[in-house]
Design a binder for this molecule. Structure first.
Ligand code: 5GP
Length: 199
């Protein structure tokens, strides 16, 4: 998705060989126009498959998840990382190790909101080692619902989450795929392919 890649090139900051900071438009500040386009893109890729719910994880998955849900005309559910006092009955939980925070969280949803018969699209901001996606998949499976696919805003394809998910047969659609963050440079997958084509 060109608009997203342009934004990443212009505003993304490489923090290390494995971490990209996109605080100005995804993880702290949120660009509504870009999110609108991201929702449209996910709806275009996953539309027409009978999706009944979008599931994401708080907090940075909520903006792209909400826009995808709006365009698909279905409800959004976000898994919580901390249990709230108002959320106690029929909880479905899973454990997720956070790549950026280096801590384990128990994530949860109420069984009221995802049930047998639902077809769920999972959305998240980043895909690295796949821990968040596997946690969300676990929640959907425990609820007895089906998974239509996994939509990711930024996949770092040098980490193995995407490969493992695809190997397991999940449809993973990423709007920007980063092949490398080495030497402070953001290299997109397609850029490398076109560089090879030119040489
Ligand atoms: P995974 O669970 O696939 O290992 O990592 C994905 C989760 O970690 C995402 O929900 C995202 O919040 C966070 N994450 C992973 N890598 C990055 C990164 O390079 N930059 C940012 N901002 N978040 C990341």
């Amino acid at each position: 998705m060109e608009l997203l890649k342009k934004k990443i090139r212009e505003e993304g900051m490489v923090l290390s060989d494995s971490v990209l900071k996109v605080d100005s438009f995804i993880n702290h500040g949120v660009d509504p126009q870009l999110m609108d386009a991201i929702g449209e893109e996910f709806a275009g890729r996953f539309g027409g498959q009978g999706i009944t719910k979008v599931l994401t994880i708080e907090s940075s998955g909520i903006a792209p998840g909400l826009m995808a849900a709006l365009k698909l005309r279905v409800p959004l559910i976000f898994a919580r990382k901390r249990q709230s006092l108002t959320q106690s009955e029929g909880l479905i939980t899973s454990k997720v190790y956070s790549f950026t925070k280096r801590e384990e969280n128990t994530i949860s949803i109420s069984g009221k909101y995802i049930q047998r018969g639902d077809k769920v699209l999972i959305i998240d901001d980043f895909l690295a080692n796949g821990q968040a996606a596997f946690g969300l998949i676990d929640l959907v499976e425990k609820a007895g619902a089906d998974i239509a696919g996994i939509g990711i805003v930024i996949e770092k394809s040098f980490q193995d989450g995407g490969a493992i998910l695809r190997q397991k047969g999940f449809r993973v659609e990423s709007l920007a795929e980063i092949e490398s963050l080495e030497a402070g440079r953001i290299a997109f997958k397609e850029d490398q392919a076109s560089e090879l084509n030119r040489s």
